[in-house]
Write a protein that binds this ligand. Sequence first.
Ligand code: 7PM
Length: 278
Amino acid sequence: MNCGGRLVDLSAPAVMGVLNITPDSFSDGGAFMDQDAAVAQAQAMADAGAAIIDIGGESTRPGSQGVDVDTELARVLPVIEALAPRLAVPLSVDTSKPEVMRQAARAGAGLINDVTGFSGSGSLEAAAATDLPLCIMHMQGTPATMQDDPRYHDVVTDIHEFLAERVAACEAIGISRDRLIIDPGFGFGKTQAHNARLLRELARFQSFQLPILVGLSRKGLIGYATGRDKDQRLAGSVAAATLAVHHGASIVRAHDVAATVDALALTRYVMTDSRGGA
Ligand code: 7PM
């Protein structure tokens, strides 16, 4: 997959490392130090084998309100500008805002990851114009209320239908299929039973013949199944990543890159008899 000139090999499972940009990271005063920390964290994830680094400036945490476009730009653009010339791996920008998509692409981002599946006003057009690959994620509702009472007729079928509609919308405005990645959106308007069923039946999304991305790292499903707090979910997250790849995921979004890379190397070898560099 061509991410703005940087190639990502999806013939083997790839890890997308999560770069944390906390809301107060870029408050005045600490801006330069925090930017250095962000660059160091991204470099460490690339060294640990991340194939993509995902940068987000808008919290999509359940219950969170959005941020305005200027705040989001002020958080992500300096980091993209600092990282894009330094890193060999592409940067992904986690955003739903057309202006952030445009400016991030201009600053050197290589992929656009929209948790609303490019369903917002102007986002599909903005994304199309970048020529970058796009990750289409499913979310039910909005982060403010999505976990209040998520309901589906049939969670797998409903999300499959949503993704089919968004893939069709992309193709209708001239985005070629080879730019598209799909993601069922674990934790975004789903109960733990919904999340578990999506993971168990993830292979149904292979019918699109598009790369499948999953984000389960440290999420509620891991906490629910293990009883662990957020900072104790490494083993559960790695197990979830393994299951996701076994059921067809090509890209796993993860905080703990080194552990996830090893787990996916093992998963790949068992599934295919092939190893990295061999
Ligand atoms: C608080 C709670 C902050 C949860 C951030 C999150 C996904 C994503 C996120 C995903 C894609 C997190 C999430 N999750 N993008 N962005 N897929 N494509 O756990 O599952 O990092 S934000």
